[in-house]
Design a protein around this ligand. Structure first.
Ligand SMILES: Cc1ncc(COP(=O)(O)O)c(C=O)c1O
Length: 408
């Protein structure tokens, strides 16, 4: 990707922005990614000449909109190598996908005394819905521990806990904090050997590297468009067809019903329609499909290599800053670096960086229990994506040196 980096960067209008006279350097893609011109253009063309409500109208614009919406489903299915397109349910994003499964599959399948297995490195999105479900169902929750300083998941413990046959194992593929990748295929294989259903949080991995649900062997996977160059407001839940077909609806309303009556229970449509009540994110689907085409054209393996190599370069240089602690493994497996600096508050770091045009994230990164356990309730994070360049790492390092000198 290094050879065509300037061409890729040329496709992102946000890079023309400046902050206090400094060029904008965006190292916050793990929170949300920026959008290339072709996604912006696609969405504006769609609104001009293809927009209408989907599925219901027998008129030209509704046909165009329906085709774009369903083509987006095909794009997502291909991106994940899903066996069937109907296994892709559009949601508002990863968070809604988790809540959907917790409130449908979860309420039907988690019984008093059952165990839900999570890990200690979950984002609140893949933590709080399961904790609520466990409380409501009188089920137990266990956690696969994280090794010292968050360098990896404790795989021996994972294997042992999975051998006990929990009802569900929900885990993050790439956490938004530690710069590592969990061995999802191994974890799913151990889970399925015990009859455990698996839910994978793919928010940070899908669109950042190849992800193949068949190779992974999971039962559910969730992802968000806005993390992969698409618009916010849409994401997906992928689920095995036989599991989705047996799940009750979650939200009720238009489009999800087969037959509705005043005096007897309604019957519901097959997935995915059963889980897409109401007017869906139509424009966002068109934008997401374009983002996926863009990522495919660029190459997902190349995108992964690029982001990880920038993160590794950052780790090498940041390690030299006195009092700077990096969470996670030294050799990065994902394109982000979370760190704290002794004597300097993370919010001060982010504020100082912003003054110089550098966008960092500061805080608990929606993983409060993990960061508390690692002894750093507040930290800073730099995350890299396909539009970042090696000089962004140099700028990060220089600004952090300056910040340390200023605040200490
Ligand atoms: C690992 C992880 N899981 C889940 C989410 C939630 O994604 P969304 O806000 O798109 O629902 C995020 C977002 O930061 C994340 O990083």
């Amino acid at each position: 990707m290094a050879s065509n980096l300037s061409e890729i960067r040329g496709q992102f209008p946000f890079l023309k922005e400046t902050v206090n006279g400094h060029p904008l350097i965006y190292l916050d893609s793990a929170a949300s990614s920026q959008k290339p011109a072709r996604v912006i253009g696609r969405m504006s063309r769609f609104m001009e000449s293809e927009y209408a409500n989907v599925h219901r109208g027998i008129h030209l614009l509704s046909e165009r909109a329906t085709a774009a919406y369903e083509n987006a489903r095909t794009s997502v299915a291909k991106l994940l190598n899903a066996p069937r397109e109907e296994e892709v349910v559009f949601t508002r994003g990863t968070t809604e996908s988790v809540n959907l499964v917790a409130n449908t599959w979860g309420r039907e399948n988690i019984k008093p005394g059952d165990t839900i297995l999570l890990t200690e490195m979950e984002h609140h999105s893949n933590l709080l819905p399961w904790l609520k479900l466990a409380r409501d169902a009188d089920a137990n929750v266990e956690f696969v521990p994280v090794l010292e300083n968050g360098v990896a998941l404790d795989l021996d413990s994972a294997r042992r806990l999975l051998a006990k046959g929990p009802k569900l194992f929900a885990f993050v593929h790439i956490p938004n904090t530690l710069g590592l990748e969990n061995p999802a295929a191994d974890l799913c294989a151990w889970a399925s050997a015990s009859g455990t259903t698996t839910f994978v949080d793919g928010a940070q991995s899908v669109g950042h590297q190849p992800v193949d649900v068949q190779e992974m062997g999971c039962d559910f996977l969730a992802c968000s468009s806005h993390k992969m160059c698409g618009p916010s407001g849409i994401g997906a839940l992928w689920g095995r067809h036989e599991i989705l077909s047996a799940m009750p609806p979650w939200q009720y309303g238009g489009e999800m019903v087969d037959r509705a009556y005043y005096d007897k229970p309604a019957t519901y449509r097959e997935p995915p329609a059963r889980f897409e009540a109401g007017t869906p994110p139509i424009l966002e689907a068109a934008g997401w499909a374009e983002a996926i085409a863009f990522l495919n054209d660029t190459g997902l393996e190349a995108i992964r290599e690029h982001s990880v190599s920038l993160a590794n370069a950052a780790v090498q240089q940041l390690q030299k800053i006195d009092g700077l602690r990096i969470f996670g493994p030294v050799a990065r497996q994902a394109g982000l670096v979370t760190f704290s600096i002794e004597g300097v508050h993370a919010h001060d770091v982010a504020f100082f960086a912003n003054e110089r045009g550098l966008a960092l994230r500061a805080g608990h990164h929606c993983a409060q229990p993990l960061m508390r356990m690692l002894g750093s309730p507040s930290s800073s994070r730099a995350s890299f994506y396909l539009y970042n360049q090696p000089s962004d790492v140099d700028a990060l390092v220089a600004i952090l040196h300056e910040a340390v000198a200023f605040f200490r």
